[in-house]
Design a protein around this ligand. Structure first.
Ligand SMILES: [Zn+2]
Length: 60
């Protein structure tokens, strides 16, 4: 069992090639947050519940 997330699946992020896979969902979120902060200059601490839910729905 593995969890994966493609950044380009997020609305507006279509051009991003970022893709991550981890054994646990908790680790996957760390990859996503690190990627967002470095590649998109975002602050994951400021993501709203709605934004996190949208991302949650994209985790495969
Ligand atoms: Zn990205």
């Amino acid at each position: 069992m593995a969890y994966s997330y493609r950044c380009g699946d997020y609305p507006g992020m279509e051009s991003c090639p970022g893709s991550f896979k981890a054994e646990t969902e908790a680790e996957l979120w760390k990859h996503i947050e690190l990627h967002a902060s470095i590649a998109h200059q975002e602050n994951p601490e400021k993501w709203s519940a709605e934004e996190r839910q949208t991302m949650q729905n994209l985790i495969r």
